[in-house]
Design a protein around this ligand. Sequence first.
Ligand code: FNR
Length: 380
Amino acid sequence: RIYRKGMLEDETPDLPVSYEDLRERAHEEMSEEAKAYIHGGAGSETTFRREQDFSDWRIIPRMLQGVEERDLSTEFMGQEIEFPLAITPLGIQNLAHEEGELATARAAREMDVPFVLSSLSSTPMEDVAEELGDTPKYFQFYWSSDEDIARSFLNRAEDAGYDGIVLTVDAPILGWRERLIERGYYPFLNGDGVANYFSDPEFRSQLENPPEEDTEAAVQHFLDIFGDSSLTWDDLSFVFENTDLPVHIKGVLHPEDAVRAVDAGAEGIGVSTHGGRQVDGSITAIEALPAIADRVGDETTITFDSGLRRGSDLFRALAVGADVGLLGRPFIYGLAVGGQDGVEHVLENILADFDLTMGLAGRDSVSDIDRSAVTHEREL
Ligand code: FNR
């Protein structure tokens, strides 16, 4: 359909199709603060740069496989989903576009792509859930050092109809992000990044004055309770005791941690470097994936993120052992340049690219994409 539009109707897309062009356009339009927050990786950004390169893995296409009907559906946290792709949790989306998470949610709903909402949403989670309707939706949970607030978040997610919790374990402390430090600006501090906290009844009850009256004190309280670097695997029981929802653990790079997460009761693990934003110089997600998939791939669901830019990246991640990819920077750049339409544009393109890659590789269903579809450079 995308090709036909160009060939028969002489209609080419309004927004860039290539990720690089889209990023460039978004960077032209975004504020310096938004750029520093969204683009920025940790330290020298070595991991961030390297993880966008999947070229060590080469696809080995098979011919004449009868791929006219292609099934892109798969399963995630006990639900059937249309595509092996979901929107990753990404905070403070109103930095990219004034409609923030609501525009992204409308695009996800339109495209039937599952949505993971960040704890650091610039819109209260209940409003986003309403916008999502029946679209599969998950709430990404950042621990709070205040147990009552942590519990309140888990309860709200359940009450608002989220289908699962995505517990992010790779950010107990913020990584060394030079762009953010150089800007001297921390987006949370204007209150935008904490709308989800400001709307929390337990958080509010701990303030002397409501956040609307004294934003500074409310932000200060947020900084006091946000994150807990004392956590250990034993503390995970708190989450399982306080929610009936399935819990997916995101941010794992070592096979032993993957095993611990599964043993703790997780419905899947997420292989991720947090988009190269936490440990500069760390192993990339695609480098970490094979060993993790070998250890736990048969018994649990693996999501993959950090570096996915194109359909062929997603194909390779699935071939190496992931079940579902999480899309990050591409969709937020779509949001920055075109709001809801921009996110739809990005989702449509990456899914079309994935669909074509799958067909051209001779696979007619997602479950058919296995390690035999790729080879690593060192094996050539
Ligand atoms: C993130 N990420 C993230 N993860 C999370 O669990 N909670 C969050 O609030 C955020 N916030 C966030 C903001 C921004 C601007 C970025 C770029 C990333 C990490 C995110 O879920 C995912 O791991 C990365 O985005 C994947 O990397 P790429 O593909 O975006 O480069």
